[in-house]
Design a protein. Structure first.
Lengths: 329, 237
């Protein structure tokens, strides 16, 4: 998966053993008649770092930034996951070599791709076998603690790519507008896993948001959390809507976790929620390329809307199904 | 909300007026009605609680700007309140003296929650009747019948104060919220029969009160104050 600086242009990255996205903010793979999560089979994941220096970022700086981002994912409450730094390597962060490699790569052709993660998985089980991450040297990078105007914050992008590395897809919690230079500019973002990066110099994406953490807890949860889930359907003129983005907001905590309608009947499941009442807001996937999130015929021809009542996520359980009706634009 | 606060502020004033300024008020005499000490009184009736706000929230995304203080992007704004509601209540009291009664009670109401959603750049503003709660309050109180005052030969004013446990269940009964309620108020007890200790007594009573709620269904962890009224029939054994 790729992260774009501000792209409206479809960028195809053929480095990945492409896994279709079936589940909310997780990668999934079809095994028989079931969709299974793509995840590491063990709680310990090893990685190597390419030893290359680039302008403004030494190999030591790079290693430190990756270490901080890895520690951020490890620190998510209720998650059993551990990254192990195996040191430097001369191997490039691409290709199949049996090692998970993270490093810089010259990709001037990808003029809007900041970083990219390629995943190799066992198609029979969904288990990850190998993952590599590269960061594009085409862009000016920074590891300055407060960020650096005009330079992309490395730790923020590492944190995003490590999300893919552990099996998360893109989140759609964000609002954008067309950019005068092409592509889209982020107005606001509610997840590190939003597919379009904040402006160069911004460092807000060093901190995981509720949606990011819910995804990690869903994949690698240790069972210590008594979170709940909300289920329902999005319909338009009585028919299910595929690819609608459903945001659940807990009015007590302010936490935002989202999901997608992933079937033709418009059904959705949002897991990893704090118990309590949630406001549900539905919107079309029109703030980034649809392909950043889902494959298939995504319906974006409807207006944003709220559910007509609360959806209550019970502790350790699931809500009654709620239907949200939308109207065409 | 302003109207609610005004009503709430008026209640103790009204109660004080009833107690202190009624022309029918007179000093206590030997024929004033009272509960018989060490007797039990059972009451049942209706109650009403005023609505109250439970929290405003501006739902925000992180803004896109350089530096740690980037202004947030407002996604929408939500204002929520618990609606006024009526319910039923039952109480049991024990007269410690002629003027002081200790009471225990339970009440049940089904207030609704209303949430207004606005300031969304994409979705139209809406008000959702979000949820109907099943609400129970288990409380204890002290009722003090003002010893110096009465209204005629059958009615006497009292003040009451107490507190208890608040239990609120969401509509689907899948989640319980816990909290506490405290209240203080004043009212009148009117004996239809008895009150002089010579026979089994019964009558009616009503009071107005201010209620302080802590926790329960609450989005801002604030103490909420609102008015309440009860009207009961009582039987003394």
């Amino acid at each position: 998966m790729t992260r774009r600086l501000a792209s409206g242009v479809l960028v195809s990255v053929a480095l990945v053993t492409a896994a279709p996205v079936h589940a909310y903010l997780k990668f999934g793979v079809q095994v028989g008649t079931e969709t299974v999560d793509v995840r590491w089979p063990d709680e310990s994941v090893r990685y190597f770092l390419n030893e290359r220096d680039i302008a403004g970022v030494s190999a030591a700086d790079f290693r430190a930034a990756v270490g901080r981002a890895a520690a951020t994912w490890q620190a998510v409450p209720g998650v059993r996951l551990r990254f192990e730094d195996q040191g430097f390597t001369t191997a490039a962060p691409v290709g199949l070599d049996g090692r998970n490699t993270i490093g810089f790569l010259d990709r001037p052709d990808l003029d809007r791709v900041l970083g990219s993660t390629s995943l190799l998985l066992d198609a029979d089980t969904g288990a990850l076998v190998e993952a590599d991450i590269f960061f594009n040297t085409r862009f000016p990078w920074s590891v300055a603690q407060q960020g650096e105007s005009g330079r992309v914050d490395l730790e923020s992008v590492v944190l995003h790519e490590l999300g893919h590395f552990i099996g998360l897809g893109h989140s759609a919690i964000g609002e954008t507008e067309p950019s005068p230079t092409g592509g889209r500019r982020v107005l606001g973002s509610g997840a590190v896993m939003f597919p379009i990066a904040l402006s160069p110099g911004a460092t807000a994406d060093r901190v995981l948001q509720a949606d990011d953490m819910a995804g990690a807890q869903d994949l690698y949860g240790d069972g210590s959390l008594s979170s709940g889930s909300i289920v329902g359907r999005v319909t338009k003129s009585g028919r299910g809507v595929y690819g609608a983005h459903v945001l659940a907001v807990n009015l007590e905590t302010g936490r935002m976790v989202a999901g997608f309608t992933l079937a033709g009947d418009g059904s959705f499941v949002i897991a990893g929620l704090d118990p309590g009442p949630h406001v549900l807001r539905v919107e079309p996937l029109d703030d980034a390329d649809v392909e950043s999130f889902l494959s298939g015929a995504v319906d974006v021809d409807f207006r944003a809307a709220f559910a007509s009542r609360f959806a209550v996520a019970p502790a350790g359980g699931s809500s009654a199904s709620i239907e949200i009706q939308v109207v065409p634009k | 909300m302003r109207r609610r606060l005004r009503v709430a502020a008026l209640l103790p004033l009204i109660s004080a007026c009833i107690v202190a300024a009624s022309p029918a008020l007179s000093a206590q005499s030997a024929d004033v009605p009272s509960p018989v000490p060490h007797h039990v009184t059972v009451s049942a009736g209706l109650l009403w609680s005023g609505g109250y706000a439970i929290g405003d929230r501006t739902v925000e995304l992180r803004g896109n700007a350089v530096g740690p203080t980037a202004p947030p992007f407002t996604l929408f704004r939500a204002e929520s309140s618990v609606d006024a509601s009526a319910g039923v209540t039952g109480r049991a009291g024990f007269a410690v003296t002629r003027d002081v009664t200790v009471e225990f009670g339970v009440s049940y109401q089904q207030p609704g929650i209303t949430t207004s959603l606005a300031q969304d750049a994409e979705a139209p503003a809406v008000t959702i009747d979000a949820e109907r709660l099943s609400q129970y309050v288990f409380d204890a109180a002290v009722l003090w019948q003002l010893p110096r005052f009465k209204f005629g030969t059958r009615a006497r004013p009292f003040v009451i104060g107490g507190g208890g446990y608040l239990r609120q269940l969401y509509q689907e009964r899948t989640l319980v919220e816990h909290g506490s309620v405290y209240y203080a108020g004043a009212g009148i007890r009117y004996w239809l029969r008895g009150g002089d200790g010579s026979t089994r007594a019964f009558g009616i009573r009503a009071d107005g009160r201010l209620q302080w709620r802590l926790d329960g269904v609450e989005f801002e962890s604030k103490t909420r104050v609102g008015p309440g009224f009860t009207a009961l029939a009582f039987f003394e054994f």
